[in-house]
Write a protein that binds this ligand. Structure first.
Ligand code: MGD
Ligand code: MGD
Ligand code: SF4
Ligand code: MO
Length: 727
């Protein structure tokens, strides 16, 4: 029997509304839902091809346990959980809770996080460990830390609501669904541009989105801080800022103006390879627009200066008065979360970026962006009190995504217990003691709550009050032994004798926990976790393909007249770091490493997640080079090169990209064999993280290392494979 079922794609952050054609319990096809008002039928190749992953013979259908020789054998989920619980009990008794670390990755974030994170949190809270990691500190960690220096506003930024100017800094929403609202990003952007919105892009590559820009500053990588500072200088000098807002809510104008005297717009332009007029034009265009948003992506955040970059992005937003005011309506009010009460008022910075957790190396601390992932390998390898001996990894791929891959792989090999929750035999699964496979998204119920929640952070989530609920569309494969992520942590809580008390995801820390005496179902969790939401789940369920719930949208309330807090656009610590950054951007080139390796993403891959049928036959990640550089290197398309940094060397296959700046190599991560970095790149792809150091140049708040603009050497491959340098 054929049936058309509506669902939500959970393969990436866009969370498209999809129609799934099901025949006898099998997915026949996945297509966009043309009737959905937000997505209008949009999907990408990853989502459309997910049906084949459900029946892919490589999919894990039962838990695995590692044998002493490193191969894996099947084990029942019950036995695996018993063994894991016993090991944790022993290790915690011997070494204390800090020996247990946990990491959730990107597929947790786009997948079952809203139902599973509460159980994950409850489990590691019960153990009492703060060695809890997530990808923020190797992604755009500075976004969370910058408000410690700027302060925060009690209401969101204007964001996607009718912008007259958009500033995208090192972000390519065409492929990545960040920086433009969830939905059909191209269609949305084209509509805004047709309505007169101006798009400004700062990126060393003429990306797909840069093609549509009114102004593309094709700057050299790593110059974002000086460029933003130069733009702000122009805005201040030409008095293009929101003077009323600044007078009422802002401190530090004088010290910012003073510090910017050291900035010479022409000098910034020269170092970044730009024209000073273009920097000034970008500043004027952005500041003259009455509404707009700026979004810095992974490019600038991976320069090792993420916090400073983000501070200046937020200073720009503050100067342009982009914060919502009393009476403004939040068009993207989340539906399935309890309504928030935004107020138009500043909260002063507290400089309390550091939270309780401490790493044992390089003075690194837990910040508002989380624990520094880049130092987790060192925590595992460094003996002494507090050494990490256990790692749970859910929906992440440490062996491929963490910088300094060689050290990470060595560290993972030293763990006493490494549990990987993964539907695929990924690079990290292949190194784990236990692999616990969850069902795939179309086999479980879900809601759009994740995208709704993101919408309160400018540059992410949706532009409208869209909401959707989806039942499972197909059953799990017969004979499989799969556990949903929340179920794994539920079962471990029970086995270890801890109470099952969980706080619904997205609810404030002060909200009450829910106690479970008996094991719930996912449907029950979705219901209980949305109690008190702005729109009742029952109402959302009445529109199976998704709907805009724009009755009773949240309206920003007036600020408290007694509040005297202000945002600080001239924070002394940031001003000091700006001066250092200006000096750093003038660093001399090292002639041994004349190329700069840039981060990049591709539409048909989502980080390292198994490529299913979406790769058009291409199993690897090409190293993109400018055609002139290819001539200099004497290589053609499909030729092999070695790319090296002082840390290591990888093999890669070349592809031309005339849209790059000269002397750059642009390559996606998420590929390669961690066990054998010099394995055939045509089969395994190439891993840039082999070349990225964690302890040379890094953001001192988040520990996020320089993961783009990395100096490398490129050579045409000879007859013999290159050797990795000694360490
Ligand atoms: N299809 C797909 N979608 C994804 C992902 C995926 O792998 N595939 N990954 C998801 C994840 S985890 C994330 S974090 C987001 C990331 O989404 P984005 O931040 O959009 O990631 P990229 O497409 O790599 O874009 C980064 C851009 O920064 C530029 N760049 C590099 N260095 C610099 C620099 O120093 N300064 C400036 N200004 N630009 C620079 C690069 O040329 C590139 O165009 O995408 C998410 N969505
Ligand atoms: N050099 C370099 N390093 C980078 C980056 C870069 O641009 N360059 N990007 C950084 C960024 S922005 C990020 S966010 C991190 C990402 O770091 P991670 O989140 O650790 O990496 P992913 O590759 O997204 O890992 C996803 C894992 O989840 C598994 N998976 C797939 N589907 C499911 C599912 O339904 N359930 C579960 N439980 N698992 C599933 C996949 O098989 C894979 O093992 O990497 C960072 N590292
Ligand atoms: S953009 Fe593609 S992968 Fe992402 S949610 Fe939509 S269909 Fe799925
Ligand atoms: Mo990311």
């Amino acid at each position: 029997m054929m049936e058309l079922k509506t669902s939500i794609c959970r393969c990436c952050i866009n969370q498209c509304s999809i129609n799934v054609l099901v025949e006898d319990g099998k997915v026949r096809s996945v297509e966009g839902n043309p009737d959905n008002p937000q997505y209008k039928g949009y999907t990408c190749v990853k989502g459309r091809s997910q049906g084949s992953s459900l029946t892919d013979p490589a999919r894990l259908l039962r838990p695995l346990r590692r044998r002493p020789d490193g191969t894996h054998e099947s084990i029942s989920s019950g036995a695996a959980l018993d063994e894991i619980a016993a090991k944790i009990r022993r290790i915690v008794a011997e070494h204390g809770p800090r020996a247990v670390a946990a990491y959730w990755g990107t597929q947790a974030a786009v997948g079952s996080r809203p139902v599973s994170a509460p159980f994950f949190d409850a489990f590691f809270d019960a153990i009492g460990t703060n060695m809890r990691f997530d990808p923020n500190t190797i992604d755009k960690g500075g976004k969370h830390v910058a408000p410690s220096f700027l302060g925060s506003w009690g209401a969101p930024l204007q964001g996607f609501d009718a912008p007259e100017a958009i500033l995208l800094i090192g972000i390519n929403p065409w492929n990545t669904y960040t920086g433009l609202p969830a939905g059909s990003p191209r269609r949305w952007l084209v509509d805004q541009l047709a309505a007169g919105c101006k798009l400004i892009v700062i990126d060393p590559r003429r990306t797909e989105v840069a093609e549509l820009a009114s102004l593309h500053l094709q700057a050299a990588a790593g110059h974002d801080v000086p460029i933003l500072a130069a733009m702000i200088k122009v805005i201040l000098a030409e008095k293009l800022f929101d003077r009323d807002f600044a007078a009422q809510h802002v401190n530090g104008l004088e010290s910012l103006t003073q510090t910017l005297q050291a900035i010479d717009v022409q000098g910034v332009a020269n170092s970044a390879g730009l024209r000073a007029e273009d920097i000034a034009e970008a500043a004027r265009t952005y500041a003259r627009a009455r509404r707009g948003y700026a979004m810095a992506g992974t490019g600038p955040h991976m320069t090792g200066q993420g916090t400073l970059v983000e501070y200046f992005v937020q200073v720009l937003e503050t100067l342009c008065g982009r914060w919502m005011r009393a009476g403004d309506t939040i068009k993207a009010s989340p539906s399935l979360l309890p309504p928030v009460r935004p107020r138009a008022q500043a909260r002063a910075p507290d400089a309390h970026w550091a939270l309780d957790g401490r790493m044992r190396m390089r003075g690194l601390k837990q910040s508002r962006a989380g624990m520094p992932v880049a130092a987790l390998a060192e925590e595992i390898l460094t003996p002494g009190e507090g050494q990490v001996r256990v790692l749970f990894s859910w929906g992440g791929n440490p062996s491929i995504a963490f910088p300094d891959q060689r050290r990470v792989v060595e560290a993972l090999g030293k763990l006493e217990l490494f549990v990987q929750i993964d539907p695929w035999y990924s690079q990290s699964a292949s190194l784990a003691h236990y692999v616990l496979p969850p069902p795939l998204p179309l086999e479980v119920a879900a809601s759009s709550i994740g995208t709704e929640h993101l919408a309160l952070r400018a540059g992410y989530g949706q532009a409208m009050a869209h909401s959707q609920y989806a039942d499972a569309v197909v059953p799990r494969p017969p004979g499989s032994d799969l556990m949903e992520e929340w179920e794994i942590f539920y079962e471990l809580l029970v086995r270890m004798g801890y109470p099952v008390d969980v706080r619904p995801w997205g609810h404030p820390p002060s909200s009450p926990k829910i106690h479970f005496d008996a094991k719930p179902t996912t449907e029950e969790l979705l219901t209980r976790f949305t109690a008190g939401s702005r729109v009742p789940l029952e109402t959302v369920k009445r529109y199976p393909g998704g709907h805009i719930f724009d009755n009773h949208l949240i309206v920003v309330e007036a600020g408290d007249p007694a509040n005297t807090d202000r945002l600080d656009i001239g924070h002394p610590e940031m001003m000091k770091m700006l001066n250092e950054a200006i000096k750093e951007s003038a660093e001399p080139e090292d002639p041994r490493y004349p190329y700069r390796m840039l981060c990049r993403r591709a539409n048909h891959f989502n980080n390292s997640t198994r490529k299913a049928a979406s790769n058009k036959g291409l199993a690897y990640n090409p190293a993109y080079l400018h055609p002139e550089d290819m001539l200099d290197l004497g290589v053609d398309e499909h030729d092999e090169v070695s790319i090296s940094s002082p840390l290591g060397v990888i093999r890669a296959i070349v592809a031309p990209d005339a849209h790059l700046r000269r002397r750059t190599v642009s390559i996606a991560f998420g590929h390669g064999s961690p066990q054998d970095p010099l394995a055939d790149p045509a089969i395994f792809g190439s891993s840039p993280n082999r070349l990225v150091a964690t302890d040379q140049s890094f953001d001192r708040f988040t520990g996020q290392p320089r993961m783009t603009n990395v100096p490398v050497a490129i050579r045409r491959m000879g007859f013999s494979a290159p050797a990795e340098p000694e360490r």
